[in-house]
Design a protein around this ligand. Structure first.
Ligand code: ADP
Ligand code: ASP
Ligand code: MG
Length: 444
C-alpha cells in the first residue's frame, strides 16, 4: 500500500521540525512519497517564508534587486542547513535563486521558491530523489490544472522510484513560466501526487490533531472530528476551515483515496479521516462542524411577481458577469433574490456600477446592499435526520443577542448558512458551537 504525505509550513519551520518530519516519513515503509511546503511560522509573530518571498518580489519591482526580505530568507535557510548538518551547498543555491527572482520578475515564481528550497533541503536530509513540480504539474492557458497530463507526467516521474520528494504549491503554466496555486495550495499538490501514485491514503500533516469542529483560533479547544465525508470537507473548507485547501479533494475524489489529517507534533493522535461520501457512515452527531468567513457583500433585490418575469435572474447575473464578478450564493424568496459576493472578489468602485446596471436591467421595486457580512456554515449529513436543527441554530444565535441578516439552507440538507454582521462573527460561531458540541453527544 502506498501512502503519500504532505507536510505543511509549521512542520517545515526549522531544523528541529524537519527532523521530526524525517522520523515520521521513515517510520512507516508505506510512506513512499512526500510533498513539502515552505517554512511557516516558528512562533506567533514570525513571518512565513512565502510571505517574505512576496515581499521580495515587491522589492524587486521597486528597486530591481532583492533586498532585506530576501536576506531574512537566506538567513533562515542557511540556519536550517547548518542545524541539520547536511551536505548541501545552500549558499550557491540561494545565489542562483536570487538571480532567478530578479530576472523572472514574477510574483508566482518568487513565491514558489519557498517550496523549492525547502524541498531541496528535505530531499537531501532524506537522501531521496527531488522532483521539481514545474516538470510534472501543468496548467492550461486559462490557469486551470491540466489534471490528466499532470497525473501522467507525475506517474512517469515516480515510476521506478521507491521514494521521492515533490515540491508543493506550484507547477508550470502554458507559457512555460512557474505558476502557483492559491495560498495553502501545497494541500492540492499532495492530493495530485496521491492520485498519480495510486496511493491508498493521502496523509496531510499539520499542527493540529485533525479537522476540528470549529476554528481553534476562535473557539477554545474545539472537539476533533474523527471522520467526515468529502462533501462535508468541501463545505467546511470552502467556508473558511482552512486546515485543508478546499480544492484538495478533487484529485483524490475520483479515485476514492481517503485523506487523513495528522499532527506532526502529536503523531500518536488519531487525527481525522476524510472519506468518500458513499463510504461515509453516520457519526452520530447532528452537526459535523461549523466554519465561517468574513467580508461578504449582499445585494438584495425585491420585485413583485419577479417569478413571472422570464430571464429576471439571468439579467442580473449578466451584469455580474460583465464585471467579472463571481457570486457565492443566491438565496431566493417569492419576490426577492439576494446575491452574495465575497468582498475579496469585488474591486472598489465596481459595486456602485453593478447596482446602477441592475436597476437599469430589471427595474426592481427595492434594492438594498449590505456589506461587511459574515457567513457561518453549519455542516453535517446528520442534519437531515434530525428535525429542529435550524430552530436550534437560530435560537443559539438569538441567545447570543445577534441579529440574523440572511439565511440560506442548501437544498442537500447538508448545510445551513447564516449571515450576520462582521462584528458578530466570533460571537455567533461560539454560540453555534456551544449549542451542538458542548452538551451530551447526541446519538440518535
Ligand atoms: P499547514 O501549514 O500545515 O498547511 P495551515 O495553517 O494551513 O497548516 O492549517 C492549519 C491551521 O488551520 C490550524 O493551525 C488552525 O489554526 C487552522 N484552522 C482553522 N479552522 C480549523 C479547523 N476547523 N480545524 C483545524 N484547524 C483549523
Ligand atoms: N507556502 C504556501 C503558502 O504559504 C503554500 C502552502 O503552504 O500550502 O500559502
Ligand atoms: Mg495549509
Amino acid at each position: 500500500m502506498i501512502k503519500v504525505c504532505k507536510f505543511g509550513g509549521t512542520s517545515m519551520a526549522d531544523g528541529m521540525t524537519m527532523r521530526r518530519v524525517k522520523d515520521i516519513f521513515e517510520s512507516d515503509p508505506e510512506r513512499r512519497y512526500i510533498v513539502v511546503s515552505a517554512p511557516g511560522k516558528r512562533f506567533s509573530g514570525d513571518i512565513k517564508v512565502t510571505d517574505l518571498l512576496y515581499e521580495t518580489h515587491k522589492e524587486v519591482e521597486e528597486t530591481g534587486s532583492c533586498g532585506e526580505a530576501f536576506e531574512k530568507i537566506c538567513a533562515r535557510f542557511s540556519g536550517i542547513v547548518q542545524e541539520l548538518k547536511i551536505d548541501l551547498d545552500i549558499g550557491s543555491i540561494l545565489q542562483e535563486t536570487k538571480k532567478a527572482i530578479e530576472e523572472e520578475k514574477s510574483a508566482d515564481f518568487a513565491a514558489s521558491r519557498g517550496e523549492y528550497l525547502s524541498g531541496r533541503i528535505m530531499a537531501a536530509l532524506l537522501n531521496i530523489p527531488f522532483i521539481d513540480a514545474r516538470d510534472v504539474i501543468k496548467f492550461d492557458a486559462s490557469g486551470k490544472l491540466e489534471s490528466a497530463r499532470s497525473f501522467e507526467l507525475l506517474a512517469r516521474a515516480l515510476s521506478g522510484k521507491p521514494k521521492a520528494l515533490v515540491t508543493g504549491f506550484y507547477g508550470e503554466g502554458a507559457d512555460g513560466k512557474v505558476k502557483t496555486f492559491s495560498r495553502g495550495g501545497s494541500d492540492i499538490s499532495g492530493a495530485i501526487v496521491a492520485r498519480a501514485a495510486g496511493a491508498a491514503l493521502y496523509e496531510n500533516w499539520t499542527d493540529v490533531s485533525g479537522f476540528l469542529a470549529c476554528d481553534p483560533r476562535i473557539v477554545e479547544n474545539p472537539v476533533p472530528i474523527r471522520s467526515l465525508s468529502y462533501k462535508e470537507l468541501r463545505e467546511l473548507s470552502y467556508m473558511g476551515a482552512n486546515v485543508l485547501h478546499s480544492e484538495s479533494i478533487f484529485p483524490v475524489r475520483e479515485a476514492d483515496i481517503p485523506i487523513r489529517i495528522k499532527n506532526t507534533f502529536r503523531p500518536e493522535d488519531e487525527g481525522t479521516l476524510i472519506m468518500p461520501t458513499s463510504k461515509y457512515r453516520f457519526s452520530g452527531r447532528t452537526v459535523t462542524g461549523v466554519a465561517g468567513k468574513k467580508n461578504f457583500t449582499v445585494i438584495f433585490v425585491e420585485k413583485s411577481l419577479m417569478n413571472l418575469e422570464i430571464g429576471f435572474a439571468r439579467k442580473i447575473l449578466t451584469v455580474l458577469e460583465n464585471h467579472g464578478v463571481s457570486f457565492e450564493h443566491i438565496p431566493t424568496g417569492i419576490d426577492t433574490m439576494s446575491f452574495i459576493i465575497d468582498g475579496a472578489h469585488l474591486p472598489s468602485g465596481v459595486l456602485e456600477q453593478i447596482i446602477a446596471e441592475i436597476k437599469e436591467a430589471v427595474h426592481p421595486d427595492q434594492m438594498r446592499v449590505f456589506d461587511r457580512i459574515s457567513l457561518i456554515a453549519v455542516v453535517g449529513h446528520g442534519m437531515s435526520r434530525n428535525v429542529g436543527t435550524s430552530a436550534r441554530v437560530f435560537s443559539a444565535i438569538a441567545g447570543a443577542g445577534v441579529n440574523v441578516r440572511m439565511i440560506d439552507q442548501g437544498s442537500s440538507e447538508l448545510n445551513i448558512i447564516v449571515g450576520v454582521d462582521d462584528e458578530n462573527y466570533e460571537r455567533t460561531l461560539r454560540a453555534v458551537y456551544e449549542e451542538f458540541f458542548t452538551g451530551a453527544e447526541e446519538i440518535n
